[in-house]
Write a protein that binds this ligand. Sequence first.
Ligand SMILES: NC(=O)c1ccc[n+]([C@@H]2O[C@H](COP(=O)([O-])OP(=O)(O)OC[C@H]3O[C@@H](n4cnc5c(N)ncnc54)[C@H](O)[C@@H]3O)[C@@H](O)[C@H]2O)c1
Length: 434
Amino acid sequence: MSSQLSSAPLAQSIPSYLHADDLGPWGNYLRQVDRVAPYLGSASRWIETLKRPKRILIVDVPIELDDGTVAHFEGYRVQHNVSRGPGKGGVRYHQDVTLSEVMALSAWMSVKNAAVNVPYGGAKGGIRVDPRKLSRGELERVTRRYTSEIGIIIGPNTDIPAPDVNTNEQIMAWMMDTYSMNQGQTATGVVTGKPISLGGSLGRREATGRGVFVVGTEAARRKGLEIEGARVAVQGFGNVGGIAARLFQEAGAKVIAVQDHTGSICRSSGIDTAALLDHVAKTGGVGGFAGADPLGNDEFWTIESDILIPAALENQITEKNASKIKTKIIVEGANGPTTTAADDILHDNGVLVVPDVVANAGGVTVSYFEWVQDFSSFFWTEDEINQRLERVMREAFNAVWQVAGDNDVSMRTAAFIVACKRILMAREMRGLYP
Ligand SMILES: NC(=O)c1ccc[n+]([C@@H]2O[C@H](COP(=O)([O-])OP(=O)(O)OC[C@H]3O[C@@H](n4cnc5c(N)ncnc54)[C@H](O)[C@@H]3O)[C@@H](O)[C@H]2O)c1
């Protein structure tokens, strides 16, 4: 498989509202599109579609603070592409959110949704706010005003937000209520990631970790690696990493090293993940866990393993540590954990990287199930959800694996080829309106 994501020249389609010499995350996305362009065949005629978000809404979000003053926050909703279905993607609350970042995240949602073949386009939203500095009342007011402002472009059939960094099921409940009050009817399908009691889905909380486990076992099968006894290392022991680690252990693997923001731990005979989950619930992190030995944070990356799961932050596997990583398979639970340069090093060293757009798509897949259940007001059992999730993830992995082999490219490039072709073929079949 050849390497990917080199710095191909950017296309000419730089919008006037971004700085051409500092495009931020949107620039990374454009380079990725340029890299797959040669593989798109006749669909490449439509490639400019992928380089321009369909719709961008920037809103002012004013609220009254608890001390009586008025504060204004900048909010965004970007619908990158809706050729295959309504927009779908999370809402991020962070003081450093930028338009470029939301644009890139919306485009990666288009790619992820197409890669796993759920019938959505890509969208994303954000507010430039540090939610830790707001009271609960202020957080609710920000959420409700933002939802009202973007209410003109979201809806169960047009664009369906979900949780992302610093947003959760309570915020989704407020969004659903605000949209419903403005519409004069309860519309549970306007957001996903809701509480179970308000139209949320069983299995949603575990879905991303479960998806990581499913594609991890598929990758192992392709590499001739037995899960029984396989050594697994995990960075991040939160929703994604904690669940994935537990499922690997239940399948007979040994979780030999874990790192989170409180430190790193290891045990070659395998860490008891249930006990570690309890410890994290009580203390907030893996540091100080009595059932394992402490490990240096840099050393974590040098531990020999069979499967490594980055499930914490972006840009964790870089030029600095990539060559020291001794593993067979990396399954990207986090979004963007591997830099472009590190990707090339791992590829040269024969490490199979299952890219984020496939590996962590379990979350959006069960969000899709939640949306379908909301439309019919008929809810499935957790077993039905898990079985359907497993089928979607296996099919996505195998389609991307096939394309990687046929074109001699990495799984990341293959995922982009599969996804971009699906999006552009939909564009072509629909034609231009009017
Ligand atoms: N939750 C989902 O459904 C979902 C879906 C797709 C992608 N993701 C991605 O997966 C990643 C993890 O999300 P999550 O929902 O598990 O979050 P989470 O908040 O539940 O857990 C995050 C974990 O990362 C660890 N961490 C934070 N800073 C760290 C540092 N400097 N070094 C090492 N570890 C650190 C935390 O200690 C925690 O264990 C994110 O990149 C997220 O975007 C999540």
